[in-house]
Ligand binder design. Structure first.
Ligand code: GLU
Length: 338
């Protein structure tokens, strides 16, 4: 690992005819905590970003790596305010550091897909952002954190990763942030993209992508945070036999401007939830259907986004406009619904 202070020096020393051969890509790691930093000895003993990068022998042959500590918490303690600050920081880094090839974010795996999708919608850069974590703590036998971080840096350092938005690297696989979901409680292969499949894979220090890059307008974020006001409250309503209107009513009373239904099957709320949903719609609350099945496309809803991601999209869309037709158009365009 190299500290920021050394970068100027290294650029000086590589200036000249050999520069093209010797200059390594520069990757910036932002550490937020999670199992990858957890040593099993409590929050105070979590590994820092510097320590995580320092535990990757040979990474200096791949990239010049620097790190910063953003938070050092379990991912259940990440807040929406953290998301906003993290995306703003990443946008600032890409704007002010033309030397950066990519950024890696380390994160707890429980809510990793949510943070990754938020970044995907709000970072405006053609450079890659790779989010990674670990299923096994740093002190565990067979800890997967070092290999995941190493491969995340390999991916962030590769020109092949450009113009693909935010991605997730776990267990050798590269996933699009919009597609990926944690699908197992403990296994190291807990992450998958159930509808669209993985974007690629890392093998022997190279990411290989199975599909061409698809972000033609990658410099332009789907949502420009500098123009968005406060995010409205958007909640998720789970559907199950016997579910009634009580939680829906409570969410609306708490100020929810949007509700995502984690519906049974193809996005269906159960009939006992209907009065609450009708009352919510009458109060102009935007109700969006998704599915609790964990896979598949909900037409007219949020496509193949899972409920927790549909909630992020709806929150950002409602922060941008309160015009329902425009919100519906944004959701259709960004979710892959119809
Ligand atoms: N898997 C949890 C998370 O997503 C565990 C957190 C931890 O050990 O810090 O953050």
């Amino acid at each position: 690992m190299r500290s920021r202070a050394l970068i100027g020096l290294s650029l000086l020393t590589i200036a000249g005819p050999l520069a093209a051969q010797t200059a390594k890509p520069v990757v910036h790691v932002i550490a937020t905590g999670g199992t990858i930093s957890n040593t099993g000895a409590g929050d105070a003993a979590r590994k820092t970003g510097d320590q995580l990068v320092g535990g990757l022998p040979g990474i200096e042959n791949i990239a010049t790596v620097e790190s910063e500590q953003f938070t050092n918490v379990a991912s259940g303690s990440i807040t929406v305010a953290n998301w906003r600050a993290l995306a703003t920081r990443i946008n600032e880094l890409f704007r002010t550091r033309p030397d950066l090839t990519g950024i890696v974010v380390t994160h707890g795996t429980d809510t990793l897909e949510e943070t990754a999708y938020f970044l995907d919608l709000t970072v405006g850069s053609c450079h890659p952002v790779i989010v990674t974590g670990a299923m096994r703590q740093a002190n565990a036998i067979g800890a997967d954190g070092p290999a995941n971080l190493y491969d995340a840096i390999v991916t962030a350092a590769s020109p092949r990763a450009a113009s693909r938005g935010t991605m997730v690297l776990m267990n050798d696989d590269v996933f699009a942030a919009r597609d990926v979901q944690k699908m197992h409680t403990t296994r190291t292969d807990a992450f998958a993209s159930p509808v669209r499949g993985a974007l690629g894979s890392v093998a022997t220090n190279q990411p290989v992508f199975f599909r061409p890059a698809d972000r033609a307008e990658c410099e332009k974020p789907a949502f420009d945070l500098t123009t968005l006001g406060e995010f409205p409250r958007v909640d998720i309503v789970y559907s199950y036999i016997g579910a009634d209107s009580v939680p829906i009513q409570a969410m609306v009373d708490a100020g929810a401007k949007g509700l995502v239904i984690a519906g049974a099957g193809n996005g269906a709320a159960v009939s006992t939830q209907s009065p609450g949903l009708r009352a919510a719609r009458n109060k102009n609350v935007y109700v969006l259907s998704e599915s609790r099945t964990g896979s598949g496309i909900v037409g007219g809803g949020a496509g193949d986004l899972n409920p927790q991601k549909a909630r992020i999209l709806l929150m950002l869309a409602l922060a941008k406009t309160t015009d329902r037709t425009e919100v519906a158009a944004l959701i259709r365009q960004l979710s892959g619904s119809y």
